[in-house]
Design a protein around this ligand. Structure first.
Ligand SMILES: [Zn+2]
Length: 69
């Protein structure tokens, strides 16, 4: 199981060259979708990450079990 945390972290330098932190954008997009009660594509396996009502985790992937906190 993978746990995803939507916060700023140190990143490898190679992610800086594309004009922005790609992983951060990806996670932020998923975060945005699930926080608006929409199903997002899991950033780990591209499965369906469904929003969780109420308390964290805020999203959980039905395919690989990753959780978005
Ligand atoms: Zn997944």
């Amino acid at each position: 199981m993978t746990t995803l945390v939507a916060e700023r972290r140190e990143r490898p330098l190679e992610t800086e060259r594309s004009g922005g932190p790609t992983l951060e954008r990806l996670i932020s997009g998923v975060w945005h979708d699930v926080s608006h009660r929409a199903t997002a594509a899991c950033p780990v396996c591209a499965g369906a990450m469904a929003p969780a009502p109420g308390a964290p985790p805020h999203g959980a992937c039905s395919a690989c079990g990753s959780q978005l906190w």
